[in-house]
Design a protein around this ligand. Structure first.
Ligand code: ATP
Ligand code: MG
Length: 537
């Protein structure tokens, strides 16, 4: 029997509704973010509690409050004159056939408000056991044990974001979502793993176990690790599947362009880079680095300003220190098995790629590598998509690809978003089957246009007003969700909203632990077991 918690007093669709909390409901059990249902005559409405307030019928009660000893007075006042209200924002209603639809009407006066039931949750957010295999449990509503599912098919239709300040559980959530996508084979993933947290194992805070399993450990044959620092991977007890070796020729001027902000490069230095590439084409960077001792003549030979060339040289010289960049013999253009070709092969087979940075954790390195690789992947996907559009054969259709980047504001700040490949991918909305999963603690640093394109947002606690405003750009009813965001726990609690969910909801994040590993392990059905045994004997 669902628990009655109050009834509707007044309100409107735009501003939300006011509920009077029932006198016998436990006030302190009613929290913001709680998921409730309102039973009208023909429809059932669903809502989150967005705010709570204490009220009295007469101001004198506050001037002369009853003392603790006046139990009778207290009792009487509680029945009639002292009460609490909650604000509700209606998010969804069920039509006559119990199908969810947008709210177009209002519940009547004094309609009963209940705690949502497990059945309601399953009806709205789907059920993991559904044959379509598109639902994946991400957590449960506040104070409930019922699973809330993400619709993975919808999730992969757009770019998505996971936001929250440091230590709120973003990386853990990202790992959960990626595990879902890999397990259910709804998208291939490329993960730029700056802190080596996704592949083998990752640290966890608190008591008990110090480490949790990584995606490669959970899905050995569906994930490969490409490492920029194979020694670091080996030290952590793993073997990288591929060691990343790149050539200077893999770096284009566009890649450096996106580093402009990070390197504090003046636009004249970038122009100089274009001048070099006009003459030396793919060899431009190698040419620049080789002319370190006679930069002045080099500048003259290509018609660039010597000071701009010198500045460019100074900033890009750092690249020489990365052991994974190799010089290529002049003229040797075609190396048959480049790292990125290998990566594309794996992706083509539906195997996800984790790119580990090991000890190369500088932002400079992260941005550079992510740009080089993503630019190539995107170009390849454009070709594959065009081929598919031409042939229209099912087997030519590219697999959906999701690219995970942390510290996304460094790729997608207003300046970078206009110029870089990540901006392009976020804006073109997976026209070419590629989308982003951006993980960030400072969403206000991301270009607002990109933020407004994000399909599904998973938002943990944020303190900065600017960040809260940023994640709620373009969200209807933002004003109501703001107070929910402000009252989230500092860990393992998130507001989910957007394309992959029928309505916004606050959840307690699914625990990433042994139970989760077991759920991800391949389960063998009894029938398969029987066939297996028959085969042996
Ligand atoms: N779903 C979860 N299951 C188990 N533990 C979790 C979960 N979410 C968070 N934690 C705990 O919270 C800690 C912090 O989480 P996490 O490392 O994901 O934070 P973060 O938001 O990525 O922080 P940062 O911004 O510093 O990278 C983890 O070490 C882990 O102990
Ligand atoms: Mg993290």
């Amino acid at each position: 029997m669902p628990k009655l918690i109050g009834h509707i007093l007044t309100g409107s669709l735009t501003d939300g509704f006011l509920m009077r909390i029932a006198p016998d409901a436990h006030l302190e059990e009613i929290k913001t973010g709680k998921f409730v249902s309102i039973v009208g005559k023909h429809h059932k409405f669903f809502s989150l509690i967005t705010d709570l307030k204490l009220e009295v019928t007469h101001p004198d009660i506050l001037l002369f409050p009853p003392t603790k000893q006046e139990t009778l007075l207290n009792h009487i006042l509680k029945q009639k004159d002292m009460y609490a209200t909650a604000e509700l924002k209606l998010m969804l209603m069920l039509d006559k056939n119990n199908a969810p639809m947008p709210v177009k009407t209002v519940p009547p006066h004094f309609a009963d408000v209940f705690e949502a039931s497990a059945k309601d949750v399953a009806l709205i957010f789907g059920d993991e056991k559904d044959a379509s295999k598109k639902f994946f449990t991400i957590g449960s509503p506040l104070d409930m044990q019922t699973p809330v599912c993400l619709n993975l098919e919808k999730l992969t239709e757009r770019s998505n974001g996971i936001f929250g300040k440091t230590g709120t559980g973003k990386t853990f959530l990202t790992r959960l979502v990626l595990a879902g996508l890999i397990k259910r084979q709804k998208a291939v993933n490329v993960i730029f793993d700056m802190h080596s947290e996704y592949g083998l194992q990752a640290r966890t805070e608190g008591k008990g176990k110090a480490f949790v399993k990584g995606l490669k450990t959970l899905f050995a044959d569906k994930v490969v690790i490409f490492s920029l620092d194979p020694d670091s991977t080996r030290r952590r007890g793993g073997m990288p599947d591929v060691e990343i070796i790149l050539n200077y020729q893999d770096i284009r001027v566009e890649d450096v362009l996106s580093l402009g902000h990070e390197l504090n490069l003046h636009s004249t230095a970038l122009e100089a880079a274009y001048l070099i590439s006009a003459q030396y084409k793919k060899d431009w960077l190698q040419a620049l680095l080789e002319h370190g001792s006679n930069l002045k003549e080099f500048a003259e030979s290509i018609g660039a300003h010597p000071e701009s060339i010198a500045a460019l040289y100074r900033k890009l010289k750092r690249i020489e220190r990365f052991p994974f960049f190799k010089r290529r013999a002049p003229g040797a253009y075609k190396d048959n098995n480049s790292v990125i070709d290998q990566m594309m092969e794996y992706i083509g087979k539906g195997i996800s790629v984790i790119i580990e940075f090991g000890n190369h954790t500088s932002t400079f390195c992260y941005l550079l590598i992510a740009n080089i690789i993503t630019r190539r992947i995107h170009a390849e996907y454009m070709q594959r998509t065009e081929k598919f559009l031409g042939s229209q054969k099912k087997e030519d259709e590219p697999k959906k690809l999701m690219i995970t980047i942390e510290e996304a504001h460094k790729f997608l700040n207003p300046q970078a978003a206009r110029q870089t490949i990540f901006g392009t991918i976020a804006r073109e909305m997976r026209k070419y089957y590629v989308s982003l999963l951006i993980v960030d603690q400072r969403p206000s640093g991301i270009d607002p246009e990109i933020l407004s394109q994000i399909g599904t947002k998973i938002v943990a606690q944020l303190n900065d007003e600017k960040d809260i405003q940023a994640v709620l750009t373009g969200v209807s009813g933002a004003h109501n969700l703001r107070s929910i965001l402000a009252s989230l726990d500092s860990k393992k609690q998130v507001l989910l909203l957007g394309h992959a969910l029928a309505m916004p909801v606050v959840v307690q994040t699914r625990e990433y632990d042994e139970t989760f590993y077991r759920a991800m392990a391949d389960t063998v059905t009894t029938k398969q077991m029987q066939e297996f045994i028959e085969e042996i004997f």
